[in-house]
Ligand binder design. Structure first.
Ligand code: S3P
Length: 747
């Protein structure tokens, strides 16, 4: 008998653990806990004598009892790990025994039947019975396959009832945690529904399809030509038939429910094929593909939500280097968002090229898919949007998740306020802290009904079916998001909606509305739209994002010997503050090949290294460079003399408080940076090295990567996962251009 104790063994939390049923799951549970040292004694029982002998020989248990009664004597915890239908008889037998104060738990794949049976045989579900279900398994079975590590990083669902004793629940929870499992709690009925849909239905379909094809007389022919799709779809038809027969009988109600829903959807697909309704098919397939990609990310624990909360993605930027070559940065984020929004509301099919495949724009894309719009792609920046017209959106099935994207949430709230259905807009931790009253208040003045969390934070609950009235709004802050939100609401309002801005902000919404044939009146600083027109599908070519290009403009300016050309960059006059500010600081920037694509001016931008000097940044340029300040602060740190920024309090409510977060990072690197309520004062100097935090803000992460070009040592930048929101291939492009930045661990 082996006596393997895990070196990280824990102090015993259970005197005697009894495991009934020594198959793969029961055996692994027993073995893992025995190895952990969490139980002073592990006793096994199985009806099969050979399994009992093997369990002792293989060190799965300390000893085996030769009857159920003997096994349960003096037990502190009893784990029921028998096949799901055998559970019913086992419970009956247990009810006749004196179990003392033992905590009961089980591993059945359905929970309703276990609870019902326990209620019958015990008279009431015992308070010390904690139903459970580990989502783990393997193609192998039996005690010989028992593996103490089987549950590591697997989910275990516990389904306590209202009267389950908290200490019993805590103990069972602890045992699974000791085995390395991630434990979640769920209601019994919910568990059974979720499992019926995600596990039981797919198994039923796989068994059913293989059997159906195999019974046809031409079956040999079919299987001979069976391609990868057949193999992949039917892999699970190789599972244990007896076990699955048990599961379907045990979880009958929930399986029937999900099967009926699916049958209705299958009928709809049949009808679409019958009617040659390609549009409907494309809708189902594109939604399914997007959902599948999303699930794969979650399954691989790569989803951005997950990365943000659980994993600190660190960039390390080595000092020195210079930049050269021709680069094309990804598509403009603001224009990408709007291409999906207006394309969806248009009549006809809009083709988009150069779409930014970053998480922010993808959040907008997903939201419109959730509202029934068929969107193909993105594939290498190409997206095809099958517009549904201004009144064609459908109620989404659940909340719309906007991730990190303020633009998605603010622009959509204007549009959604005018829809006949209700919506809830949620976001990640950073977005959940950002102010939404700036849109909620004026929208309410137009007649919208919007609830926010305290202090005007997300989530936003928008009650549909409210008639909106056009109005004139004097915007208190220079915000293109607020302006665009109100213009979108204005498309549906009664009468004209006009917005006056205190300073020019990006005008992509106005330009694109016109591109879709929708009239927009611009009179000085006031924009007006009226209802009653339509958007007509068009072709959109998204230029490269000047906000992403800005990192390379500063990088090439500060790194001696650099000479780069950034191709096809959008140079909309409302966005070129970064070029003007850098030129005022002495940068060597020239524009070539200026042209207009789809209503937006573009150019190739050449940047050569230059000696920069500190300046007082003209306040008029602030809204025109609002997203570029983090990297401009790096330029200021490398400039000779003092740079002063004023009138930029908006920076405090971006993806992070960009004034404070940049000041902190610069101070760490030895630069004097004095934050003020609405700006910062930076003294140019020598950049040192050290650890800085991006606080989940993409632009902060990229800015400090640029800083390393002039630093004395390496800069480690924490919390960089959100670079993927606006510039998913930043590291690859930066390395290609000559920067020495990489993800930590990717040496
Ligand atoms: C954006 C407007 C700006 C900008 C944001 C994108 C847009 O925000 O910072 O990254 O696409 O309309 P504000 O309108 O809040 O200034």
């Amino acid at each position: 008998m082996s006596d393997v104790r895990d070196p990280l063994a824990v102090a015993p939390i259970v005197e005697r653990l009894v495991v009934i049923g020594l198959g793969l799951i029961g055996g692994s549970f027993a073995k893992g806990l025995r190895e952990s040292g969490a139980c002073r004694e592990v006793v096994g029982f199985d009806l099969d004598v050979r399994s009992r002998e093997l369990a002792v020989e293989l060190g799965v248990v300390d000893r085996c009892a030769d009857s159920l009664e003997a096994a349960c004597q003096g037990a502190d915890v009893i784990q029921l790990a028998v096949p799901i239908l055998a559970m019913e008889r086992l419970l009956e037998q247990l009810a006749r025994l004196d179990l003392g104060q033992a905590v009961l738990t089980d591993v059945g794949s359905a929970k309703g039947n276990v609870v019902r049976r326990a209620e019958q045989v015990f008279g009431r579900m015992p308070g010390r019975f904690v139903p459970g279900h580990p989502i783990a398994g393997s193609e192998q079975s039996g005690v010989t396959a028992a593996d103490g590590k089987l549950f590591r990083r697997h989910k275990v669902i516990l389904t306590p009832l209202a009267h389950t004793e908290p200490q019993a629940l805590e103990l069972v929870h602890q045992l699974w945690v000791t085995l390395g499992a991630h434990v979640e709690h769920m209601e019994v009925a919910h568990h059974d529904e979720v499992l019926a849909a995600t596990s039981h239905l797919p198994h039923l379909l796989a068994f059913g399809l293989v059997d159906s094809l195999a019974r046809r007389h031409e079956n040999l022919e079919i299987f001979r030509y069976a391609a990868g799709g057949f193999r992949d779809f039917t892999r699970i038809a190789g599972s244990d038939p007896v076990m699955w027969h048990d599961i379907f009988l045990a979880n009958r109600e929930a399986v029937l429910h999900t099967l009926d829903d699916f049958r209705a959807d299958l009928d709809a697909l049949r009808e679409a094929v019958d009617q040659r309704d390609g549009h409907r098919l494309l809708g189902v397939f594109t939604r399914a593909r997007a959902a599948r990609e999303h699930f794969s990310k979650i399954l691989a624990r790569r989803a951005y939500v997950d990365v943000m909360h659980s994993k600190d993605l660190i960039f390390t930027a080595q000092p020195g280097g210079s930049l050269s070559g021709h680069l094309r940065v990804p598509g403009d984020k603001s224009i990408s968002h709007r291409s999906i929004m207006l394309g969806s509301l248009a009549e006809g099919t809009t083709e988009v090229e150069g779409f930014l495949e970053g998480e922010d724009a993808l959040a907008t894309l997903q939201a419109f898919r959730d509202m029934g719009v068929v969107i193909e792609g993105p594939q290498q920046g190409r997206v095809t949007v099958h517009g549904v017209g201004l009144h064609g959106l459908k109620a989404p099935a659940g909340p719309l998740y906007m991730g990190n994207s303020g633009t998605s949430m603010r622009l959509l709230s204007g549009l959604l306020a005018a829809q006949p259905f209700d919506t809830v807009l949620t976001g990640d931790a950073s977005l959940s802290k950002r102010p939404m009253n700036r849109v909620a208040k004026p929208l309410r003045e137009m007649g919208a009904s919007i609830d926010t969390a305290p202090e005007g934070r997300p989530p936003l609950t928008i009650h549909g079916g409210q008639p909106l009235k056009g109005m004139h709004y004097e915007m208190p802050m220079a915000s293109a998001q607020v302006k665009s939100c109100l213009l979108l609401a204005g498309l549906y309002a009664q009468g004209a909606t006009s917005v006056t801005e205190p300073a020019p902000t990006r005008d992509h919404t106005e330009r694109m509305l016109r591109g879709f044939g929708y009239p927009v009146k611009v009179d000085g600083s006031t924009v007006t739209v009226e209802p009653g027109h339509k958007l007509h599908a068009t072709r959109i070519e998204v230029p490269a994002d000047i906000s992403s290009a800005a990192f390379f403009m500063v990088a090439a300016s500060i790194a001696e010997g650099s000479d780069i050309t950034l191709e096809h960059v959008g140079i909309n006059p409302t966005r070129i503050g970064v070029i003007e500010i850098l030129r005022l600081m002495g940068a060597d920037i020239s524009l070539a090949n200026q042209r207009e694509v789809g209503g937006e001016p573009v150019a190739d931008i050449r940047v050569r290294a230059a000696k920069l000097r500190g300046i007082d940044i003209p306040e008029a340029l602030v809204p025109l460079a609002i997203d570029e300040f983090p990297v401009l602060f790096i330029a200021a740190a490398c400039a000779e003399g003092r740079t002063t920024l004023r009138g930029a309090e908006e920076l405090r409510v971006k993806e992070s408080d960009r004034i404070q977060v940049m000041a902190d990072g610069l101070a760490t690197l030895g630069i004097q940076a004095q934050p003020t309520p609405d700006g910062i004062v930076i003294e140019g100097g020598a950049l040192g090295s050290g650890e800085v935090w991006a606080h989940g803000d993409h632009r902060i992460a990229m800015s400090f990567s640029v800083a390393a070009l002039r630093a004395r040592g390496a800069i480690r930048i924490h919390d960089c996962a959100n670079v993927a929101t606006s510039f998913p291939n930043f590291l690859a492009l930066a390395q290609r251009a000559g920067m020495r930045v990489q993800t930590e661990g990717d040496a």
